[in-house]
Design a protein around this ligand. Structure first.
Ligand code: ATP
Ligand code: MG
Length: 230
């Protein structure tokens, strides 16, 4: 049987720096229960993306550990890890290939029906149908044929199809064109349901849908509250 992660993330007194002479996270501890949606906010350089990179194992802690369901990420099988934790970055990168291929990256053996269902779930189906060749439309490497907002929706569909226990999202800072902010919010609500999510949030509307808001400064959490209380 495939191992299924629940999505409980813990930082256990993590020390991290990109180089030995400059510590970014001095002694970072954080407990995120399975299923919780975290909005992470704070000034530029606070360490938000660094935290995201430690959860997705772009980097490992210098000291301490990041665990998933009590298991140190370093001792997990890379395949299990990739299946359990998915990061959607600001760039919402598209690979050369069709729109369908790009969505299916989240699940290489997906059927066309599953690909379309994922696109529908996040509200990407309509604009995809309107492309010259629909789902078979070729996107070039930098996503030239689709707008930034559409690229984001395609990457949401990809993440929805992958269905990870933990989703990390570095929200785009630039204001998006079509699809609208509202459409992105609706897509987000669908995407976040039934999984742990860490969103580096730049929009107030995103902060509002989180269960918990963390404010970071100089590699530390200076506020930890519900959106209502902040
Ligand atoms: P922003 O809101 O601007 O995205 P952030 O909170 O995501 O900021 P990080 O990207 O985590 O901040 O950066 C935290 C600190 O780590 C900054 O001082 C930054 O210069 C440094 N840093 C980030 N990435 C690297 C890297 N690859 N190599 C060296 N230093 C880095
Ligand atoms: Mg960042």
């Amino acid at each position: 049987d495939l191992w299924e992660a629940k999505g409980h993330i813990r930082f256990d007194d993590v020390l991290f720096g990109y180089s030995a002479d400059r510590v970014i996270l001095p002694h970072f501890s954080l407990d995120i229960p399975a299923g919780q949606t975290i909005a992470l906010v704070g000034t530029t350089g606070a360490g938000k993306s660094t935290l995201a990179k430690l959860v997705s194992r772009f980097y490992d802690p210098t000291r301490g550990a990041v665990t998933l369901d009590g298991v140190d990420l370093r001792s997990m099988h890379p395949k299990d890890l990739r299946r359990a934790i998915v990061m959607v970055t600001q760039e919402a990168y598209l690979f050369s290939g069709t729109v369908a291929d790009n969505i299916a990256l989240g699940k290489p053996d997906a059927t066309m029906d599953e690909i379309k269902a994922a696109a529908r779930a996040v509200g990407a189906d309509a604009f995809i149908q309107a492309l010259p060749d629909g789902y078979a439309t070729d996107v070039n490497k930098r996503g030239g044929r689709v707008s930034a907002g559409q690229r984001q929706l395609i990457s949401f569909a990809r993440a929805f199809l992958a269905d990870p226990a933990v989703l990390i999202l570095d929200e785009a800072t630039a204001s998006l064109d079509i699809p609208s902010e509202r459409q992105i919010q609706d897509a987000l609500q669908t995407l976040l349901a039934d999984r742990t999510a860490i969103i580096i949030a730049h929009r107030l509307s995103t902060v509002a849908i989180a269960d918990r808001v963390l404010v970071m400064e100089h590699g530390e959490i200076i506020e930890d509250d519900t959106p209502e209380e902040l």
